[in-house]
Structures are given as C-alpha cells and as structure tokens.
Design a protein around this ligand. Structure first.
Ligand code: SAH
Length: 369
C-alpha cells in the first residue's frame, strides 16, 4: 500500500452524530447504531471497540478497520488542600502536556478546559503566554479532558460536572473548528450533556472569532478578557490589542449580545500599579456602559519569576471594586481564585508544574501507569 492509500482512521471521540450516522450507514448498519456508539464513547467512557458489547462481532471488526478512540494519558493529579480544586495534567501522543482543572464551588462542579498547547497571543501576565504556541488540541482531546474529569468526579464523589469554562491553556477562538465541535459533543444527551448557559468561552479578544461565535446555534456564554482600559496599556499587556482595539472589541461584544441575547462577562485581572487605579475603575465603568455585561474582577495570581506583575493588596482590590460599583450599573463580581494553592488558577497552568517536583500528595493521588 502506498502512503496515500493508508486508511485514515476516524476518531470516534470527535465525530458528531450526523457524521456518525453517515459512517454507520456506509458500513451497512442501521442508523440507531450511531446512538449506541455515542453512548459508549461519551457516556460510558469505553475506548475499546471490542468492549462495545451490544454491537455484533462482525460490526465491531468492520468498525475497527475505519475507526478508533483516542485518549489523553493522565500523568499527574493535584488536589488543593481544601479539596476545592483538582488539577489534572494530561499528555498528548506527541508528548506535550496540557492541564485541566475541576473546581468545586457550592453546587457547581466546573471543568476548566484547555484548547491549545501553549498560546500564540503572548499576553504578558499569563503563564501559558510565556510558553509560546505549540499546537492546537483536537476536538477529541478537548472532549476527553471533560470526559476524564467527569469520570473522576463520579468515581470519587458520585457527582456530575455541571459547568464548562474554556479558560485553561490557549485561545479557544484561534482553534475555532475544534473547540466548537467539542462544544457540540459535550452537550449530547449520550454524554456529559453540558450546554447552553452552562458553558463559557473565554477569549483574549479575537474579534473575528467573537463575531463568528455569535452566529453559531450554540447558546453559550462569552467572557472577554479586557484587563486594561486604554489601548496604550492593552497594546502592551495583550499584543492582540494592536490588531483589534478596545472600541472594536466592545462593538463585537455588543453584537454578541444583540444576536444571542446573553450578556457578556468582561474579565479584568487586577495588576498592582498597572491597571488598578481609581481612574482605571472609572474608565472601566465608562467603557462598558454601552454593552449589557457583567464585570468579573480577578486579583492577579503571581507567577513568581515568570512575570514582574504583582497582585494588588486586598484594600486596593476592595477600593477598586467599590469605585467601579459606584459608577457602573453592571453587576460586578470578584473572583477569589480557588486553585491558587495548587497553581491551578486559570491562566496559570503548565509552567508551575515544570518547575516543581511532584508532591507526595500528588503522587499518592495520581493513577498508576
Ligand atoms: N485565552 C483565553 C482563555 C485563557 S486565560 C482568554 O484570554 O480569555 C483565562 C483568564 O485568566 C483570562 O481572563 C486571563 O486574563 C486570566 N489570567 C491569565 N493569567 C492570569 C494570572 N496569572 N492570574 C489571574 N488571571 C490570569
């Protein structure tokens, strides 16, 4: 066989129902088999075709000739001392690693997923940005993070994941096709069934992606990492701003609201002495006045040697919040990072793991092999 004739196997973890029905039909099987396959892969977490016991042996053999099920290898797990955050480190077949975090908060069980290995956007305060861009994750690899987190949560606490945030490593809107495919897979009733209001995509401000997402038949939440109130500062902190300036970003946010009817969330990471002045708070209120939104303040999680940025003292954070609330009609929230004690804060993933030896606790919790 020449290379061009080598059959390319379909990854059952990334295939959408309509595509799977076509595949099943092409194999001469009835369409309802597609639903059975989706339940095996997304519901029961079965990755060996031979274990799919309600399929005939002949069909399984046929299927193995055209399809397989990929899997990320879990290489480390860390639980925060309070047990509120569990960080998972996964390895790709190509050897790179990505992280996902399970956040336990009241009744919510949120899976924070990665979309890329590294990130091309180079935000100056972000750990992932410091790594540079290595590769996009496939839809299957994004989905698998959720499937594995969900399985762990069910096995250890008998609970289900309730929410998904695309706030791990990478810029989701720069891996658009795979991310949207994963978002479609995770809402299937055969699997975790998480969709609509329970899913938030967070972007550094890739405007064409926001406009495109606003036109998908997905009822998701959008978070925009604003982080600065002048183009001058935002150009420095988040180089993507040099292409898509604040005014254009706000227009895209307004368009998202107009088309989807959902308020966007502006995230604002507070950096001491950089963007935490009273003037910043007032400008933030002014900028966001025209866009139905929520504002989420995030005190910076310090990355140590990786960036010069610091978290403002608690009094400054409180004062910024008061100043903003006094001049903005929008709902303002303050996120106290629940993963801080294990470096699992969003935007803080990956590099911390690189420079720290495996803790005894993590070793005890990580699966063997
Ligand atoms: N690329 C996407 C999603 C990943 S970052 C985005 O930019 O939105 C998720 C969030 O974490 C963003 O709001 C980002 O501004 C924030 N963040 C990055 N590094 C951080 C840090 N060290 N401390 C606190 N928040 C951080």
């Amino acid at each position: 066989m020449t290379p061009s004739e080598t059959p390319v196997l379909v990854d059952l973890k990334s295939i959408l129902p309509e595509e799977l029905r076509t595949l099943v039909r092409q194999l001469g099987q009835e369409e309802y088999r597609a639903g059975q396959l989706l339940s095996w892969v997304h519901g029961k977490g079965v990755e060996e075709v031979d274990q799919m016991s309600n399929l005939s042996r002949a069909f399984r053999e046929q299927l193995k000739g055209v399809a397989w099920v990929s899997r990320l290898r879990e290489v480390e797990r860390q639980v925060s001392p309070g047990g509120q955050a569990i960080k998972f480190l996964f390895e790709l077949p190509t050897g790179e690693r990505v992280e996902s975090v399970l956040i336990i908060d009241g009744k919510r069980r949120t899976a924070c997923l990665s979309s890329q290995v590294g990130c091309p956007l180079d935000c100056q305060f972000c750990a992932t940005g410091r790594m540079g861009f290595l590769r996009n994750l496939s839809a299957a690899q994004i989905t698998d993070q959720l499937l594995q987190l969900a399985r762990t949560l069910m096995a250890e606490r008998g609970e289900r994941v309730t929410n998904v945030v695309m706030m791990g490593m990478g810029e989701p809107l720069l891996n658009y096709e795979e991310v949207v495919r994963a978002l479609r897979l995770m809402r299937l009733e055969h699997g975790p069934a998480i969709g609509g209001r329970k899913v938030t995509v967070s972007t550094a401000g890739y405007v064409p992606g926001i406009r495109r997402l606003a036109r998908e038949d997905l009822n998701l939440g959008l978070a925009i990492s604003l982080n600065a109130t002048t183009d001058e500062l935002r150009d420095q902190l988040m180089p993507i701003n040099r292409k898509f300036q604040i005014a254009e970003l706000l227009a895209a946010a307004a368009e998202f609201f107009a088309l989807r009817g959902r308020r966007v969330t502006f995230e604002y990471v507070l950096l001491a002495g950089v963007n935490d002045s009273d003037e910043d708070a007032l400008r933030l209120a002014d900028l966001t006045r025209g866009v139905p939104c929520k504002i989420n303040l995030i005190p910076y999680n310090e990355l140590g040697v990786h960036t010069p940025f610091r978290r403002p003292p608690p009094e400054r954070v409180a004062h910024f919040r008061q100043t903003l609330e006094a001049s903005s009609p929008m709902a303002v929230t303050l996120r106290e990072s629940r993963g801080r004690d294990i470096d699992a804060a969003c935007g803080q993933l990956y590099q911390a793991q690189e420079r720290r030896p495996r803790s005894a606790q993590a070793a005890a919790l990580a699966p063997a092999g």
